[in-house]
Ligand binder design. Structure first.
Ligand code: CA
Ligand code: CA
Length: 208
């Protein structure tokens, strides 16, 4: 009986130790210059109408391109527009109608430093919802056409650069798994270590 009690005490200590170590590992991080530089580039990437702010005009610019060139059914357009509008309102705005670059950087810095794990989780939901909206045939892959349509709608009109970006993912049968694209965006927005290869940053720096 005493042995069992001793084991119970040891197990309890191990449990407490693991919880404490876990808590240390999840401690919020400090923002570094590399992350801030990437967030600035992400802001520019999202400012589809190039007016220096993020507002609902940006997804409207994006959706207008799909309406004109996407060859989508009314139902597909409606689904995509609903997903995009919801995404934009949830992640970009916090009761604001317009977000400046300064607001955007400070929002990300505050979220990153107060709870890094929560921000990483949120930054996985953002590209996941986005990719589901632009995966028009719903096969969980982005074809080259789906990929390029998205970036041209984002006003990155240089098809050669968009194609180069697509091939950075090493597509199989001219398709890229949604998960690969999603994880590349999570890494772009949340990885503070510049030694890690970053496809999205490379694409932006190559003129996207
Ligand atoms: Ca804008
Ligand atoms: Ca697809």
């Amino acid at each position: 009986m005493q042995d069992m009690m001793n084991w119970a005490v040891i197990l309890l200590h191990v449990l407490i130790y693991n919880v404490c170590v876990g808590a240390v590992e999840q401690e919020p991080s400090r923002t570094n210059d590399y992350l801030i530089m990437k967030w600035g580039k992400w802001f520019t990437l999202l400012d589809f109408n190039h007016d220096g702010n993020l507002s609902m005009d940006d997804p409207t610019t994006f959706e207008a391109y799909y309406i004109a060139h996407g060859n989508l059914s009314d139902q597909q357009l409606k689904t995509m527009k609903n997903k995009m509008d919801k995404l934009w309102k949830t992640f970009v705005f916090t009761n604001k109608k317009e977000v400046s670059k300064e607001d955007f950087l400070s929002m990300l810095k505050q979220r990153y430093e107060s709870n890094t794990t929560a921000l990483i989780g949120m930054m996985r939901v953002f590209p996941t919802d986005w990719c589901e909206a632009i995966d028009l045939n719903g096969d969980k892959f982005l074809s080259k056409d789906e990929f390029i349509l998205n970036f041209v709608a984002e006003t990155h009109n240089n098809i050669q650069t968009d194609e180069k970006f697509f091939y950075m993912y090493h597509p199989i049968n001219e398709r890229v798994a949604l998960d690969d694209v999603i994880e590349s965006f999570v890494l772009f927005v949340t990885e503070p270590d510049e030694a890690k290869s970053d496809i999205v940053l490379n694409a932006i720096d190559s003129g996207l």
